[in-house]
Design a protein around this ligand. Structure first.
Ligand SMILES: [Zn+2]
Length: 232
């Protein structure tokens, strides 16, 4: 776990102990319970979009969506004032601390992935989780186009994915998102889901699992993907 994450988690615990959230309002859209900062005024539509993304992605990932508590902060800045990065998902506790301007689907998809495999096996901020959450963020972004618009250097595109197995930098989420796009359009969701479900030990066995599920080593899949984005 990164430093900002454990710091944020600790700070949330402390705020709860001090009853900081007691005057936040509750909005129920089962299975999501939103806990909303007193200054936040949002349209019903904002909640509905999240609920829809959650249900839709649950179907894609073939899991039943668990109950989740979603704390809504007005902005990233508002969270920072409290010592919190309000773009965090605590999978084990099924709790999201998010803000108004995030994509509808990203954080909620982390919760769904927790139903497929534990973060001990499928690292929460690693290549595979962030890739799926970016691909399923419900913003209508074509991740392949997004990636190409970033003009990343070839050295980044050819870096073995193994390097980001446990943690991927935020600016490379579209790269991981485009890999997921490639895998589900070339193979299918069923195969990708069983790939994710079979990862063990912080995805240490990812090469073996890829070979078993996709009948191709990951290094070859990366080459296929480079061809697909025309950057070989
Ligand atoms: Zn994420």
């Amino acid at each position: 776990m990164t430093q900002w994450m454990s710091k944020t988690k600790q700070q949330i615990k402390l705020l709860k102990k001090r009853h900081y959230y007691d005057n936040w309002s509750i909005k129920k859209y089962p299975p999501i319970t939103f806990v909303v900062h007193p200054s936040v005024k949002v349209e019903d539509n904002w909640y509905k979009k999240r609920l829809l993304a959650y249900q839709h992605n649950a179907k894609i990932l073939q899991v039943s969506p668990p109950e989740v508590t979603f704390y809504v902060y007005p902005s990233i800045k508002a969270g920072e004032k409290l010592g919190i990065i309000s773009a965090i998902c605590i999978i084990k506790e099924r709790e999201i601390h998010g803000h108004l301007n995030q994509s509808p689907g990203h954080e909620l998809t982390h919760i769904l992935l927790g139903q497929i495999n534990s973060s001990q096996n499928l690292p929460a901020h690693g290549f595979w989780q962030e890739g799926v959450c970016t691909y399923l963020n419900h913003t209508n972004t074509d991740q392949k186009k997004h990636l190409l618009s970033l003009n990343l250097p070839q050295s980044i595109l050819t870096t073995p994915w193994q390097k980001w197995r446990i943690q991927i930098p935020g600016n490379l989420y579209p790269l991981a998102g485009s890999v997921i796009q490639y895998l589900v359009t070339t193979y299918n969701w069923k195969k990708l889901i069983s790939f994710l479900a079979n990862l063990k030990n912080l995805a240490q066995n990812q090469d073996k699992v890829a070979l078993k599920i996709f009948s191709r080593p990951l290094s070859k899949i990366q080459q296929d993907w480079l061809h697909w984005i025309k950057k070989y």
